[in-house]
Design a protein around this ligand. Structure first.
Ligand code: NDP
Length: 273
């Protein structure tokens, strides 16, 4: 039986075992996928044990994504630029390939909701690990402009500089964003987790704007509720990104693309029970 696992700390809340079990059932794959709590400082030992006992691939979540980046013996381009790895796969020659599927998960979720990114003006709020992981896949969709803003402006500036060879990307202070010029606004901050707003002007929420909050839960997120109240045409939360990144990992491991839509519906139903 092919073995897969997700490593994290904490891990009990992880939806990944459920998502991958549903993917495996849907595509008739014979595999196991479990969650494993790893003590801080114990990632390398856990990964060594897993791969030496026949493990085929793993997901990595908070706080081990940078350690997984260093653990990989080969990296995809998107993982290199993300500076973090959420998926490892053991190849036949023993190479441990590190990938980052978070950004593609976001893009696939937007595509699934018929959100066009080509030629559009995107605002990305936040400059942490999640933001860094999605910039390259967003730029690959050829937006007219990607603007990064963050409470700590210097971090947004660093990301804009890092990704400037890959597309039209700039940094802007939260206070400088007052004209409604964006088609898609993506909140990659963790502000909603504490019931806070990320600090952009209300004027940016026009009737045509599509808002995406990477946070998800059983209720509408703080940011999406705010955007809805201001009349945004569409709001999406990060559940689709979660399922999307899992689908990309599954694809890397098994060579099959599972149907993310059906699993997302099932997960939403379970979360609301
Ligand atoms: P980091 O800790 O690396 O970064 C946090 C970011 O949020 C920083 O830009 C920080 O700003 C900003 N921030 C935090 N609190 C506030 C606030 N009250 N007001 C304004 N800005 C704030 O976290 P990650 O980037 O790894 O993750 C961010 C969020 O994305 C998390 O909530 C996580 O759950 C979610 N996520 C969802 C995924 C999905 O699949 N749906 C995948 C990955 C992440 P500053 O730099 O100024 O501190």
């Amino acid at each position: 039986m092919d073995k897969y696992v997700v490593f994290g700390n904490p891990i009990a809340q992880s939806k990944s075992p459920l998502i991958h079990t549903l993917f495996a059932r849907q595509t008739s794959q014979t595999m196991t996928y479990e969650a494993q709590l790893v003590p801080l400082g114990g990632f390398q030992a856990a990964a060594d044990d897993f791969f030496s006992s026949g493990g085929r691939g793993c997901n990595i979540t908070v706080p081990f994504k940078e350690e997984a980046f260093r653990y990989a013996t080969q990296l995809t381009e998107r993982a290199k630029l993300a500076g973090a790895v959420n998926t490892l796969k053991k190849l036949d020659d023993g190479v441990i390939l590190g990938d980052n599927t978070d950004g593609e998960g976001l893009v696939q979720d937007l595509i699934q909701h018929q959100v066009e990114l080509k030629g559009k003006r995107i605002l990305l709020i936040g400059a942490g690990g999640a933001a860094r992981g999605v910039i390259l896949p967003l730029l690959a969709q050829q937006p007219a402009q990607l603007t990064i803003t963050n409470r700590t402006l210097s971090k947004a500036e660093q990301l804009a500089e890092l990704f400037s060879p890959y597309g039209q990307v700039e940094a802007s202070a939260l206070d400088d964003l007052d004209a409604p010029v964006f088609d898609v606004i993506i909140n990659s901050t963790s502000a909603s987790l504490s019931g806070q707003l990320p600090g952009i002007s209300e004027q940016l929420i026009t009737p045509d704007v599509i808002c995406y909050d990477m946070v998800y839960g059983s209720a509408t997120t703080t940011f999406n509720q705010w955007a809805q109240d201001l009349g945004a045409v569409m709001t999406l939360d990060g559940l689709g990104m979660l399922v999307g990144q899992a689908a990309e990992s599954f694809m890397l491991w098994r060579g099959l693309r599972p149907g993310a839509k059906q699993v997302q519906r099932e997960l939403r139903r379970i979360m609301q029970e």
